[in-house]
Write a protein of this length. Structure first.
Length: 330
């Protein structure tokens, strides 16, 4: 059947082409997201990948699978985006109050969350024998953030080798480089990943911890909130260039925020990157309606929270979160 579809697609049958490539769309989008850190950019990259595949179908000689051929196109498309000076700019999003001095300025300003609903559509495709990361680990925000700090070629090699499990010679063929170049880039990438803050979002989630977090967060009870965190907790707010590390700095940040912002009225649960997440809503004192102010994702390590990432509202549509909730909605 694949050979028949391929022949029909080469003859200009768009339906046959769609049947050939659509089974790979979800995993290609996830791969592009890992490469680019942005769901919006990943969607664009996949669209351009499939367009390039349709235009270049006559040149596909069948020496690899259609899946591998599509990964070659998608990876190189992402590399072009990363090397381009025209990547989508990040619009500044002001805080209601100037934050306290951050631990450091964040370097991954375009990071976006990835809805778990899109993960549900992935095919049951096991990674190759060379893979080093489990599927859950390779989608966490901590992993994706660390990957964004790698140079483009190291990023591509790490994802192809350690996440997808391609062999060194296969990766070299995908990228059009030598096997020695692949091995060198992989060694440097692994060293950088080992030096990144550890990703501890593994194991079962503590539902009681999540409930206590929601209660403390909605009431802006800073002491109770910080008591639920690890001593080395991280708070990030892309696209704002601020990061806070450790309970002392995080306490100062949430205390400053609580003094100038109304309490969160409603938190609508969703999931992102395999982690608990919520749409955050505050109540309008005049209309009684509730307005979305962001999407919050937490990382849990054992019985503590070790990471909070607040995203602005442009990602809401990916999670089916309305901008406003009318009175009575929950």
């Amino acid at each position: 059947m694949p050979d028949e579809l391929l022949q029909r697609a080469r003859e200009g049958d768009r339906e046959a082409f769609a049947a050939l490539v659509e089974p790979h769309r979800a995993e290609l989008q996830l791969h592009c997201y890992r490469m680019l850190g942005s769901l919006q950019d990943a969607e664009d990259a996949v669209q351009e990948t499939l367009l390039s595949a349709w235009i270049g179908l006559a040149g596909f000689e069948g020496r690899s699978s259609v899946r591998t051929w599509l990964y070659r196109i998608a990876t190189n498309r992402c590399l072009n985006v990363l090397r381009s000076s025209t990547r989508r700019p990040v619009a500044p999003v002001p805080l209601p109050v100037p934050p306290p001095e951050p631990y450091r300025s964040g370097e991954v300003l375009w990071l976006q969350p990835y809805p778990d609903l899109l993960l549900d559509g992935l095919p049951d495709q096991l990674p190759g024998p060379e893979a080093r990361y489990e599927s859950r680990e390779a989608i966490s925000l901590a992993f994706v953030t660390a990957v964004q700090l790698l140079p483009p070629n190291q990023r591509a090699v790490l994802l192809l080798r350690d996440v997808l499990g391609y062999r060194a010679n296969e990766t070299a063929d995908l990228l059009g480089v030598t096997e020695a170049a692949v091995n060198s880039a992989l060694s440097r990438a692994r060293t950088a990943m080992d030096a990144a803050p550890p990703d501890r979002t593994r194991g079962p989630e503590d539902s009681e911890l999540v409930e206590r977090f929601v209660e403390a967060f909605t009431k802006q009870d800073v002491d109770a909130l910080v008591a639920l965190m690890t001593s080395d907790v991280w708070v990030r707010m892309p696209p704002l260039p601020f990061e806070y590390n450790g309970t002392e700095d995080v306490h100062r940040f949430f205390s400053a925020l609580a003094a100038h912002r109304r309490e969160i009225d409603t938190m609508v649960p969703v999931r992102a990157n395999g982690q608990p997440a919520w749409g955050e809503y505050i109540r309008d004192p005049v209309t009684g309606g509730r307005h979305l102010i962001g999407v919050l994702v937490i990382g849990i390590a054992g019985d503590r929270i070790h990471e909070l990432t607040h995203f602005e509202t442009t990602v809401a549509s990916y999670f089916g979160l309305p901008r406003t909730l009318v009175r009575g909605d929950r």
